[in-house]
Design a protein around this ligand. Sequence first.
Ligand code: F6R
Length: 261
Amino acid sequence: MEVVIVQDAAAGGELIAGSIADLLRRKPDALIGVATGSTPLPIYQALSSLVGSGALDASEARVAQLDEYVGLPQGHPESYRSVVLREVVEPLGLKESSFLGPDGSAEDVAEACEAYDRALWQAGGVDLQLLGIGTDGHIGFNEPCSSLASRTRIKTLTEQTRVDNARFFGGDVDQVPRHVITQGIGTILEARHLVLLATGEGKADAVAQTVEGPLAALVPASALQLHQHATVVVDEAAASKLKLADYFRATYAAKPDWQGL
Ligand code: F6R
């Protein structure tokens, strides 16, 4: 995998937005897998600026959710569908019809999960999947010990993840749903390009284990080691526990521009 160390979250957002813009210029209807949470917001802000300035037309782009809470009422502002509509679909001027996501309020959750994997496949697969990382190393909501071959399915959040996400629910952990639908690790690995952004000191341990630790279900993000095109973009704080940081810096500095991310 490639590790790119940037100064801060804004620089990471701009770098990744630039890569998405290049993809959309080559393939206007590319399917972009979008993560939620705080980390990817600088990417979406940088993309919005490119669209706002006329440097990018994203109107044909398609987006697919990575995960969704189970059981939130339809239209709840913190459902990931609402977040993606608010942060991505509306500011980038995408068609709502080009937006794929699992149905977190389905009565038959297992069928909703299978239907989502089918929908991704029928849409031609994800071209570029954005990922954040949990403090416990989760990607999507594949919590530690998730099968590295898993498909989209229901998962139970760890207490740590619910505490981490309580900030989106007025600081009240009891309001954070216990269950989620998440693309499985096997599903995520089918995307053509994986781009994980991690920012802040709180992610430094998870990043070091992902990049330099063994491949292990205990650290779900380490599955990126299996992918032929995985890019990990980290700010200085999130990179602070990487032993090979100098090597990663030198390699990226020497990279020919035409290669992109
Ligand atoms: C959300 C998701 C999660 C988050 C992770 C980090 O769609 O897939 O894996 O990326 O929990 O969240 P933040 O960015 O809020 O620290």
